[in-house]
Ligand binder design. Structure first.
Ligand SMILES: C[S@@+](CC[C@H](N)C(=O)[O-])C[C@H]1O[C@@H](n2cnc3c(N)ncnc32)[C@H](O)[C@@H]1O
Length: 264
């Protein structure tokens, strides 16, 4: 099935399954839904990131982009010349999902965050801006995109971001070796079943019961759907929240086992 048709069908299913005002008997779960998913509070950082996104959407500079992920098809990587504006338009996190990331950090106050897929850094900003002493470790295979991201981080005067450049299968094991534990993980790169499962299983090694995992594009393709179904049903996962564009899972043992589907 064509990927675009897959996504339309997945979205229709999401509309049928989801509720916007979800209730749960579990105090932890209803707090997450109210305080993180549905919280409408405004933050100045949203304006700052919004303005940067606007500027980047007008940046017509062409850069050499190396794709090691699903976009490379059967090849190990694919070189392309693309405008910064097109990268942001086609692959940066949406404002709505970015704000969910921001509130996850604000609410749970993780000390260490690992992100797979920096691109030019929009999602990293949502992760790094709520709490300037949170260490955000972000991985990206494409050097030129990482350079663009570095410029964006310094424009925002952020010093809590450590960038690692290289393919996930090479760099992630090194990062895992050097990082005692990850409190929040955001996986937004190489959207294939095999890579998503491999990255999830690798990062479970440095997780603890309070670690939160967030996956982007969970209904992007049949492979990503299969990965999400396995992850949300994984023996260590107690609560999963499907927001269509993004899925969040919790490993907390005290939380009632539940798979929520919420429209945001
Ligand atoms: C969807 S984009 C990330 C968007 C970013 N999180 C944001 O919201 O702005 C995915 C990124 O992951 C990178 N990537 C994909 N597969 C990779 C791999 N196997 N190793 C390293 N980087 C990879 C791509 O170069 C791309 O920049």
């Amino acid at each position: 099935m064509k990927q675009s048709i897959f996504m339309v069908l997945a979205y229709l299913q999401h509309l049928m399954k989801s509720g916007s005002g979800h209730q749960s008997d579990n105090a932890f779960t209803s707090d997450v839904v109210k305080q993180v998913i549905q919280n409408q509070e405004h933050h100045e950082a949203y304006n700052q990131i919004g303005q940067l996104r606007k500027r980047l959407l007008q940046k017509y500079q062409v850069i050499e982009s190396t794709d090691f992920g699903s976009g490379a098809g059967n090849m190990s990587y694919k070189l392309k010349y693309v405008r910064v504006a097109s990268i942001v338009k086609s692959s940066a996190i949406s404002e709505r999902c970015g704000m969910v990331l921001f509130r996850l950090v604000e609410y749970f106050k993780p000390n260490t965050i690992i992100e797979l897929g920096t691109s030019v850094g929009i999602s990293t900003l949502y992760l790094a801006m709520p709490k300037r002493d949170t260490k955000v470790i972000t991985l990206e295979g494409c050097t030129t995109k990482s350079e663009q991201a570095a410029a964006n981080f310094s424009a925002m005067k952020l010093e809590n971001i450590a960038q690692h450049i290289g393919r996930f299968d090479i760099v992630l094991p090194q990062v895992i070796n050097e990082t005692p534990q990850a409190d929040l993980v955001f996986i937004d790169g190489n959207h294939t079943y095999d890579a998503t499962m491999a990255n999830f299983n690798a990062l479970l090694q440095i997780s603890h019961p309070e670690t939160i995992f967030v996956f982007d594009d969970i209904h992007w393709s049949a492979g990503m759907q299969k990965a999400w179904d396995e992850i949300s049903g994984h023996e260590r996962v107690t609560l999963s929240i499907d927001l269509f564009r993004m899925g969040i899972v919790f490993l907390r043992k005290e939380v009632m086992r539940q798979n929520l589907v919420i429209r945001i």
